[in-house]
Write a protein that binds this ligand. Structure first.
Ligand code: RAM
Length: 914
């Protein structure tokens, strides 16, 4: 290949200054220095820092030891120099790991320019309990009537430390939610622990480093227990006590002393508890009622009189279901101050935080004992400017705080969260001032990986709303919404948004964890529940597009992160799901009755309104299209895993379904049955339209969009792929028209109406400022935000060449309606950038490619002779012509291409009828 020569020729000056590469950004299972992992063969990744262009890794050396000096007796794995370019997700293969042990690791790399790095800074990972036998603590339960809306129990235990401590850890989990306290301070910064899983089969435990919190002499460990998802009301059918009626705690403190001995302070019958604490009631949907007069001052400090507290009950549960945390914790991520404080026309005192968010308000208040401040939460105000909570349905989402008096009091709730932009405040002593109210935003602490900007401020606002949809709903599980009496792990929503989510934030551990729950909840026949954890228990029913989460999400994670393990782990579940459809469909290869939700919430005019075209898509068509797609992805997954028999078998299924789809749903003129946008989108996206009919089908799709005056009519299933399919079939301009549309139904209509998150309905707020039906009208539902994927991949041009972005395709789609678009993305290998900018008849394409990857830059409408790279003409022989431009192959580095730009000509859709 010529490129190497090309680099030598052009980049000589850069090479002279070249420095040795460095390995940094070390992660274990995607996490920085994780504590408490229970994976016996964790995977290690690093990034290469190299200023020299076209740097590839040629070899690496990893070493892992139980001390940071890597002395030989403590070394458990030294790979020696391995000639390989792999730098992500390398599986640990040293001496078997021990439980509760910290391992330090380092890496050294060699590049293709004959340079070696120094040893990287050392990172560590620490194992948790690697087997149920590692637990010596027993479950304890407070003596508490198993009733609704009772105070949160408090548990405590005093113990003594008399020797020099080297390290100490707390291992803890609960039935319900827990907060752990040690010597008066909260342990760790995680919230809503132990998180939400299919509690019957998987319960997470957390590990905390408490070394610095212990003191010589007397110490006190304490815990508060809230209802949470385990016992509280969950599911919109308002179930209570679904996973159990009694709360409990399992906690093991492990203290290692300088003399080498280890002491365990475990939950056992010696702990004491009270059922009368300050949290008078708590619930995910209902908020929290707190009476500060009931606080037990000093309850987690020595010397507290617990003589009135009762001994706890000891209980026994199977510890086999305990799992270490593999996802990122839920944290308080940011704080937002009020932007306005005002009285509504009816006199309600309202505070506006300017952003629809998930979390709660920190209240600062000064008043007398017994006064109660009530805070209600709402996403929107109605057209009269009144506080609107009807769309929360049965969720009361209210905080009641009763003061103890005697100075400033600061309160944040413990075992609840709310979705809101506005609060209504009652009973506040004195005038409402901004300094007394701070919104605290909570979500799973996923590193931000993607940024998108363009010259259109409304599209930037849309991107903001997409990101906030993710912040608001990635809360240990992917929820549909954070405000009403629902907040469930709807499988369809997660599936449609997963690709966009993986651009915005690092979601690999988040999804790996939740997908295990998807598998845990899979029905024996292979179907997948509507929500996971499956609180709805909908009688073994599956819906196409929802159940496909089992295949689409693992595949998406493999694509973005080159993570084969998630494919391997989920493979039995993926296969069981497709096999289930195969059984249901039989030799007709049509999945009859497979779609319960259809193209959920597609645009439709009023039921009796025949004046506008309808967006309805036949449910069997939808189900059959997803049947084909999941079979195809399963076949490809089998290929990745080296299972050629399955690869072939499921490819065969795909071909059969495709034939059935063509037979049943596509006319010889390329019309797809029902003539809806979603029908065309699914047919084209999933490769179900024969080559000879593709152009025609695409033209019908365009005709439909144009007949609606550039409006979409898609629901949850068609929306993610609509613009993509248009782009891929040469109608980028139509995709832009849809994206830039500001009237209903469109992505920018909510933006125009002041949305700060993505809405559940295209018309959550109607043009006359009235609301959609209150029974289903969330203003924080991420599904329609799936258009982000098109904005990043097509508009700004950052596409995947090989799994994990080992090879990158830069293929921007400029359009005269905007001047620039740009994405940056933190891939597993490092930052990728793709951006373009048109001014004065010239286009500039900016590209950053991280070390150890390669890229093809596809410059639309370019002629090799006119293109400059960093201001110098490129050698025509380094580029080759493609469809409608040229491709230049590059290695790592920053590049700016520029060339004359002519406006994109509109492609005309030609439809054919017989
Ligand atoms: C709604 C949920 C979710 C959707 C289902 C079908 O209640 O909010 O978004 O997936 O219905």
């Amino acid at each position: 290949m010529k490129p190497i020569l090309f680099y030598l020729f052009l980049f000589l000056p850069v090479m002279c200054m070249a420095q040795n590469p460095a390995a940094d950004g070390l992660t274990c299972e995607y996490l920085n220095n994780p504590v408490g992992i229970d994976i016996v063969n964790p995977r290690l990744s690093w990034k290469i820092n190299a200023s020299q262009r076209s740097t590839l890794q040629q070899a690496y050396n990893i070493r892992v030891a139980t001390d940071a000096s890597f002395s030989s007796p403590k070394t458990v794995w030294n790979t020696g120099k391995v000639n390989a370019d792999s730098s992500i997700l390398i599986t640990y293969a040293g001496t078997p790991l021990k439980p509760a042990t910290r391992y330090y690791w380092q890496v050294k790399v060699w590049d293709n320019h004959n340079h070696a790095s120094a040893w990287s800074k050392s990172a560590y990972f620490e194992t948790g309990m690697l087997s149920p036998a590692d637990w010596t603590a027993t479950w304890v339960e407070p003596k508490q009537e198993p009733l609704r809306k009772i105070p949160a129990a408090m548990l405590r235990k005093q113990f003594s430390v008399s020797k020099k401590i080297v390290s100490a850890r707390a291992y803890a989990t609960a039935h319900g939610l827990y907060e752990l306290y040690l010597n008066g301070k909260k342990v760790g910064d995680q919230i809503l622990t132990p998180g939400w899983t299919e509690y019957k089969k998987r319960l997470q435990y957390q590990v905390y480093d408490i070394t610095a919190m212990l003191q010589q002499g007397d110490n006190v460990i304490g815990a508060m227990l809230g209802d949470g998802w385990f016992r509280g009301t969950t599911g919109y059918i308002n179930q209570w006590g679904f996973w159990g009626k009694k709360l409990g705690l399992l906690c093991q403190l492990q203290i290692t002393y300088a003399d080498g001995t280890v002491q365990n302070i475990n939950t056992d019958g010696s702990w004491k508890g009270t059922k009368e604490g300050p949290i008078r009631s708590d619930g995910i949907y209902d908020g929290e009622t707190y009476d500060a007069r009931m606080e037990k001052s000093g309850w987690t400090a020595k010397g507290f009189d617990d003589s009135s507290w009762e001994p706890v009950d000891v209980a026994s549960f199977d510890n086999k279901i305990l799992v270490g945390v593999q996802s990122v914790p839920v944290h308080k991520i940011q704080e937002i101050k009020p932007i306005a404080i005002f009285k509504s026309p009816k006199g309600t005192q309202i505070i506006d935080f300017g952003q629809n968010l998930t979390g709660w308000v920190r209240l600062k208040v000064n008043g007398s004992a017994g006064q109660t401040v009530k805070i209600r939460h709402a996403e929107v105000l109605d057209k009269f400017g009144e506080f609107y909570t009807a769309n929360l349905r049965a969720a009361t989402a209210t905080i009641n705080y009763t003061l103890k008096g005697g100075g400033q009091e600061v309160f944040e709730p413990h075992f609840t969260f709310m979705g809101f932009r506005y609060i209504a405040v009652e009973g506040f002593p004195g005038e409402l001032k901004p300094e007394n109210f701070t919104a605290v935003v909570i979500h799973s602490d996923m590193p931000v990986t993607g940024q998108f900007t363009c010259s259109d401020t409304m599209i930037n606002k849309l991107q903001h709303n997409i990101q906030w949809g993710q912040k608001g709903n990635f809360l240990d599980i992917p929820t549909d919404c954070p405000q009403r009496d629902e907040r469930l792990g709807w499988t369809g929503d997660a599936q449609v948004f997963s690709r966009t989510a993986a651009f915005n934030m690092q979601v690999a551990p988040f999804f790996a964890k939740w997908m295990k729950d998807v598998a845990a909840d899979q029905f024996p026949a292979g179907g997948i529940p509507f929500v996971v954890p499956d609180i709805l228990q909908t009688n073994q029913t599956t819906s196409a597009g929802w159940g496909d989460v089992s295949v689409i999400v693992p595949w998406t994670m493999y694509q973005v992160y080159a993570d084969k393990r998630i494919l391997q782990t989920q493979y039995p579940s993926m296969k069981a799901y497709v096999d289930y459809i195969i059984k249901k469909s039989g030799d007709k290869y049509i999945w009859h009755n497979g779609s319960v939700f259809g193209d959920w919430l597609f645009y439709r005019p009023g039921i009796y309104d025949f004046s506008e075209p309808n967006g309805y898509t036949n449910p069997d068509l939808i189900a059959t299209a997803f049947y084909a797609y999941s079979s195809k992805l399963l076949s490809e997954s089998a290929g990745v895993l080296g299972n050629s028999a399955d690869e072939k078998y499921y490819k065969g299924i795909y071909e059969q379904v495709k034939k059935a789809f063509v037979r049943n749903y596509i006319t010889p003129t390329g019309r797809i049955f029902a003539d809806s946008q979603t029908g065309y989108v699914l047919g084209l996206k999933f490769g179900l339209v024969p080559d000879s009919l593709k152009a025609k089908a695409a033209a019908y799709l365009v005709e439909d969009v144009r007949s609606r005056n550039n409006h979409l009519s898609t629901g949850f299933l068609g929306t993610p792929y609509l613009c993509q399919v248009l782009s891929q079939n040469g109608y980028s301009n139509v995709a832009y028209d849809l994206l830039l549309q500001k009237t209903y139904p469109s992505w920018l209509y909510p933006v125009k109406m002041g949305a700060t998150t993505i809405w559940e309905r295209w018309d959550g707020i109607k043009t006359d400022s009235t609301f959609e039906d209150k029974s289903m009208n969330s203003f924080n539902h991420y599904s329609y935000g799936a258009v982000g994927d098109w904005m990043y991949q097509q508009m700004a041009g950052l596409q995947l060449g090989k799994a994990g972005y080992k090879h990158i395709i830069i293929k921007p789609e400029p359009n005269q309606k905007i001047n620039f678009a740009k994405v940056t993305f933190q891939s597993m290998y490092g930052q990728v950038l793709s951006g373009w900018e048109v001014s004065n008849g010239t286009i500039q394409v900016h590209v950053t490619i991280p070390p150890n990857t390669t890229a093809d830059v596809i410059l639309p409408k370019a002629h090799a002779g006119e293109v400059k790279l960093d201001g110098k003409p490129i050698r025509p022989d380094t580029a080759h012509a493609v469809d409608d431009g040229i491709t230049v192959s590059v290695g790592s580095g920053d590049y700016t291409f520029s060339y004359p730009w002519i406006e994109v000509k509109e492609k005309k859709a030609v439809v054919a009828t017989m």
